[in-house]
Write a protein that binds this ligand. Structure first.
Ligand SMILES: Cc1ncc(COP(=O)(O)O)c(C=O)c1O
Length: 407
């Protein structure tokens, strides 16, 4: 285990849930969330970060009500990307701090954000800043602003990058226009800059180097444009190594390097550093648990067809990866009915949709699997349900099972 690693979830709890779900007559199909692990993971990340920094939860990763409620006491607030996410956070907490980001915010969303007491808006364009100022003027409410900047050069490797010729943020050449407008604003007050340039970074030292560049850019722009810099949001991006669950992003190593970088930059003293993480907090707290409905061989390939698929769990299809799973042998399932089985095969796991893309894992070595057994896809708590096209083919939605420590 890497230094500073936090203990992973108790995987046995997900298996126990599979057995419990099998007592129902319908095929097993569920998301199981371990709320106790979720809280521990967030606590670990928060206490590992450099002193004085803030940790927000990026709601887009998993907006389940119980997940938000569990996180209210352990994070410093929530990052949202729509009016709908603002409402969800407000249901979980009347006063948790909210940062509102994402492109294409409508006038109605901006107005609602102000009514709901959003603390800071991550402004994505010069036009959006003008609209936010107008919303503030109408309501006579002040709101803090970070300009989301789109840097393109020299991004380290990661699964997704948002910098460069993408729709996100404001390119450096347009910053002077944004700062000029901010200077004229009375209700929207500029506090600093926001960066979210990549997702799923697995290298903590490379990530610390990137955040150090955010600091350098922000300090330089603040001095060039005379901005009283008080906040830098360094986005999310702490990665999850799906293929090697024991090798996770080492937040302590990241924070140690970042503290050294901060110490070398006296100008950053007094500036609040904010992180808004989704994947790293929520992924390991969830499992997608599905029953094998059918087994077949087509053109030499062994298939398990499960109850569910990418309409519930689109992450593997979206990233083109084969999501690791465990076979849980359910002896109690389907008593009296025949249970076809495969031994020692390379198994491809497909769902119930009419699309060849409805595949969760490909050619995975499996010792034994039977119809009626259950497959547990770990690390499904982030960008699983939340990014999926739930109603394609009108199959039922999965059950949601919440695990927690006894009070
Ligand atoms: C603006 C912004 N912030 C934070 C996040 C969360 O990123 P992650 O889940 O990689 O931590 C995202 C994810 O897309 C994002 O777009």
């Amino acid at each position: 285990m890497a230094s500073g690693m936090h203990q992973g979830p108790d995987l046995g709890r997900f298996e126990e849930s599979a057995h419990a779900l099998a007592s129902a007559a319908r095929p097993v199909c569920a998301y199981v969330y371990d709320l106790a692990h979720l809280r521990r993971q967030a606590e670990y990340a928060r206490r590992s970060l450099p002193p004085g920094s803030r940790l927000l939860y990026a709601v887009k990763a998993n907006a389940e009500a119980a997940v938000l409620q569990a996180l209210v006491p352990v994070v410093d607030g929530f990052e949202v990307a729509s009016g709908g996410e603002i409402e969800r956070v407000r249901k979980a907490s009347a006063d948790a701090p909210i940062a509102f980001g994402g492109p294409g915010k409508t006038e109605a969303e901006l107005a609602r954000a102000l009514e709901q007491g959003v603390e800071v808006v991550h402004v994505e364009s010069v036009n959006e800043l003008a609209r936010l100022e107008e919303a503030g003027r109408r309501q006579r409410r002040r709101v803090e602003v970070l300009l989301r900047v789109n840097l393109s050069e020299g991004l380290p490797g990661a699964t997704l990058t948002m910098g460069g010729p993408t729709q996100f943020g404001i390119e450096e050449a347009q910053l002077p226009a944004a700062v000029d407008l901010a200077r004229q604003c009375r209700w929207a007050s500029l506090r600093g800059f926001h960066f979210h340039l990549l997702s799923n970074q697995l290298d903590p030292l490379a990530h610390a180097g990137l955040v150090a560049r955010y600091l350098d850019h922000s300090l330089a722009w603040a001095s060039e444009h005379g901005i009283p810099l008080s906040m830098i949001n360094a986005g999310g991006g702490f990665g999850v190594d799906y293929a090697h669950p024991g090798r996770q992003f080492d937040v302590a190593l990241f924070a140690g390097r970042l503290e050294a970088e901060l110490a070398n930059r006296p100008g950053a003293r007094g500036v609040t550093l904010v992180f808004e993480c989704g994947r790293f907090l929520a992924a390991s707290a969830g499992a997608y648990v599905v029953e094998v409905i059918d087994l077949k061989v087509n053109h030499g390939r062994h298939f398990a067809i499960v109850r569910g698929g990418t309409h519930h769990f689109r992450l593997p299809a979206s990233w083109g990866h084969s999501h690791p799973f465990r076979v849980v042998a359910l002896d109690e399932r389907r008593p009296g009915s025949s249970r076809p089985e495969f031994h020692d095969c390379l198994l491809t796991v497909a769902g119930q949709l009419c699309s060849p893309k409805d595949v969760l894992a490909r050619d995975v070595a499996v010792e034994r699997v039977r119809v009626g057994d259950v497959l547990v896809f770990d690390h499904a708590g982030a960008y699983g349900w939340s990014i999926s096209h739930h109603d394609f083919l009108s199959h039922p939605h999965p059950d949601v099972v919440l695990l927690d420590d006894p009070e």
